[in-house]
Write a protein that binds this ligand. Sequence first.
Ligand code: HEC
Ligand code: HEC
Length: 300
Amino acid sequence: MRKAYLSLLALAVLALGVVAAGGFPWPSQNFPKEVPNPPASYPPGELGEMVKLGEAIVMNTNTHPLTKDYVGNDLQCKSCHLQGGKGKNRYATFVGVATSYPAYSPREKAVVSLEDRILNCFMRSMNGTRLPVGSKASIAMAAYITWLSTGLPVDQNPNKPIGAYNTPWPDPAIVKLVKAGSVDADHGKQVYEAQCAACHGPDGQGVGAFPPVWGDRSYNAGAGMANVIKGASWVKYNMPLGNAHLSDQDAVDVMAYVNSHPRPSFKLTDHLAPAGQAGVYNSNVPQQIIEAPTWPPKKK
Ligand code: HEC
Ligand code: HEC
């Protein structure tokens, strides 16, 4: 009897925890623990051609003839989705991502498709313009990302437009530090100079093929990366390139430093396709302007 009460109590505590966390436990299906390898071969025929086109766009977004006019900076999708999303890094991989769509997006306050999610990265991370929904490049990227989920179970995400391997997102340890006010951009400058400047430049403008991390040629103020919590969650698992090892505190501090520099501000309406070419933009996102620098947070 007592045992039954105890397990009921445990269930109630679990349920409360879930409600407090603002969502349902997800993913609910059994995904392999490690990020699986990408499929061994491309699909046959026209579909395979679209998948390969999508991959080429993800790798060369700012120079590819089908997308270059829609990109407003020097980045490619693969600048953040390392190895074109084929890698095993959490917070960068596209493996498993397609299984979670259509998903609820708190930012858009709407249920969005995978294609919508891709086009939103064009407006923010790429500081560009939404491609028309259903256009060849848009379908090609969706085909590529969907192919990378081959064989994994469908498991739509009711909380966030994020794939199975990018959860929990953002990283709980990072959220805790930032919420506690443990953010030191001056220390972040030291981390940056020691561990980042060799590739991204002391002035943040990138060196050779290494991309800029602030200024006009980088992501805009509306991008996930411009948010210290999200940026630090990404950096923790992905940078320095090939050797991600920063402590939680160093990741927070360095992204506070990076995001304390100027970059393009974000006004949603500047990033929509011209009227009549957009298709439907399924969103209830507020029309506010987000200004850089995004750190320190502006006082209301
Ligand atoms: C400046 C970095 C950056 C660039 C460039 C970028 N993304 Fe992202 N992308 C992110 C971050 C960070 C997230 C997750 C966090 C969020 O929701 O803000 C994300 C999330 C996504 C997701 C949701 C799935 C998941 O689990 O992460 C998709 C799909 C996606 N990006 C596609 C693209 C495509 C396609 C491009 C190129 C057109 C692109 N992204 C360019 C940073 C970037
Ligand atoms: C060895 C070189 C190298 C080092 C060191 C390095 N990065 Fe990167 N970083 C890259 C490359 C290359 C990319 C883009 C990945 C690609 O295109 O394959 C990138 C991408 C990024 C991006 C997303 C794209 C952009 O330009 O905004 C951010 C943010 C970033 N790095 C931050 C950092 C931070 C912070 C550090 C230090 C903790 C760091 N990097 C250290 C090479 C490096």
